[in-house]
Write a protein that binds this ligand. Structure first.
Ligand code: EPU
Length: 418
């Protein structure tokens, strides 16, 4: 098993380029299932989750190949199967994103039900309720979602909770449904908006993505598309925290500061110097940081996917910070590991009270999920001594070339196999 070894203490300085967004690429690649012909995507990050969705699509008979510069080609002209097996789905919950496209294109889908995960129970009931409302017959059979329909029918769907992949799944299904589907309380994340724009390039008729009401007029067929994946706002946010925690000065190229607004405002508030231009952000440490209050919320609020990372940063800020996690209430697996490095964090329900300490110390720690592992990397970068992070396959699910990028910025990191 691989471990990431970090000798803490180096101030990170320099410039890196932000990769394509994992959470945009996953639904977009799944949407290739909706069309005949070969779709070509570029700026796709080279990550384990992308390999997983590619393997899933190949299970259904799609031809998937990868080229240079993050190019992924998917030809779904000849689909012949509709079974998403447990072995693949258990490694990535986002596999549920194939359910809507399979139903819309083939009229059938058998998708392993994703179980719980380290960040909470994460049910998919809202996906299933919406697809049922569109006329699909949905049943659970020995751990699998089994769904079929003759033709999905447009209808009005109100999501009780704003759900990102739920909105994406239903939007993809509705793109080929008969009639008009209206999604209310839809997720407003930029990744949802990007998927809608890809579906429109494929011949879809979708309006309102990026707001909480999305209207989808079904069309009879969609065609292949070429598309460049948008920058990853969570990767960008993570490196911004790296600048803050190491008292560094990092310039992020190829990012979209507008998507990072809530994060940039919070970082300014705690005392970091931020210069945002159209496609770049520079984050520079100039003074000791102040504690603050953070509440995770659906977009445009502060993202839950950066909660663990800002917690690492606030471990070294002045005073006591309060972090309220409102999206995934149990998403605190990193707290125990940060404490092992000397952090002072008290949990009370879905809130964490973080009292700033003067220093963290290196320790062997274990990654439990993707973003939790990023928070341990951040803590390791500033900790006194050496931090050895095990189970870094979690990190590799979501951060492209993380070791190279950190080294470019001057960090002392290396991977070892044990
Ligand atoms: N929820 C339900 N029922 C459902 C669906 C969601 O109760 O049917 C609840 C969830 O349990 C959660 C809330 O609704 O409390 C929001 O969950 P959402 O469905 O929006 O999460 P997701 O679509 O499964 C995506 C990202 C996550 C990110 C969340 C929240 C992808 C592939 N995944 O997950 O990303 O944390 O939205 O922004 O887009 C990550 O990248 O590390 C990651 C976990």
């Amino acid at each position: 098993m691989k471990k990431l070894i970090i000798a803490g203490g180096n101030r990170l300085r320099g410039e890196i380029s932000i990769s394509g967004a994992k959470n945009a690429a996953l639904p977009i690649i799944a949407s290739a299932l909706l069309a005949d012909g070969c779709s070509v995507y570029s700026n796709v990050p080279n990550l384990r989750d992308i390999t997983t969705i590619a393997r899933l699509l190949a299970e259904f008979g799609a031809e998937v190949s990868t080229g240079n510069n993050g190019e992924v080609r998917v030809d779904a002209s000849n689909l012949r199967a509709y079974n998403a097996p447990y072995e693949l789905v258990k490694t990535m919950r986002a596999s549920i994103l194939v359910l809507g496209p399979l139903l819309a294109r083939m009229g059938k889908a058998r998708v392993s039900l994703p179980g719980g995960c380290a960040i909470g129970p994460r049910p998919v009931d809202l996906h299933l309720k919406a697809l049922s409302a569109m006329g699909a017959r949905v049943a659970l059979d020995r751990g699998y979602i089994v769904a079929d329909c003759r033709k999905l029918k447009g209808t009005k769907i109100y999501f009780d909770i704003s759900t990102v992949t739920g909105t994406e799944n239903v939007m993809m299904a509705a793109a080929l449904a008969e009639g008009t589907t209206v999604l209310e309380n839809a997720a407003r994340e930029p990744e949802v908006e990007e998927l809608a724009s890809v579906l429109n390039k494929m011949g879809g008729r979708i309006e309102g993505a990026g707001t909480d009401v999305i209207t989808i007029e079904g069309v009879s067929a969609l065609h292949q598309v070429e598309h460049t994946i948008m920058p990853d706002r969570i990767e960008a946010g993570t490196y911004m925290m790296a600048a803050g925690i190491t008292r560094g000065d990092i310039c992020l190229r190829n990012c979209n500061p507008v998507h990072c607004n809530a994060v940039l405002e919070k970082l300014k508030e705690i005392g970091l110097d931020i210069t945002a231009e159209q496609t770049s952000v520079r984050v520079c440490w100039k003074q000791p940081l102040n504690g603050t209050e953070v509440r995770t919320l659906p977009y445009p609020g502060f993202p839950t996917d950066l909660q663990a990372q800002i917690m690492a940063l606030l471990c070294l800020a002045d005073g006591t910070s309060i972090i309220a996690e409102t999206v995934f209430e149990d998403r605190f697996m990193h707290v125990g590991e940060l404490r092992r490095m000397g952090a002072r964090i008290r949990l009370d329900g879905s809130s964490a009270f973080v009292t700033g300490v003067k220093k963290l110390s290196g320790a062997p720690v274990m990654a439990t999920d993707l973003r939790a592992s990023a928070s341990l990397v951040l803590a390791g970068l500033v900790a006194e001594g050496t931090t050895a992070i095990s189970r870094i396959y979690h990190l590799e699910r979501g951060y492209e070339s993380v070791e190279e990028k950190l080294k470019l910025l001057g960090a002392d990191v290396r991977t070892v196999s044990s």
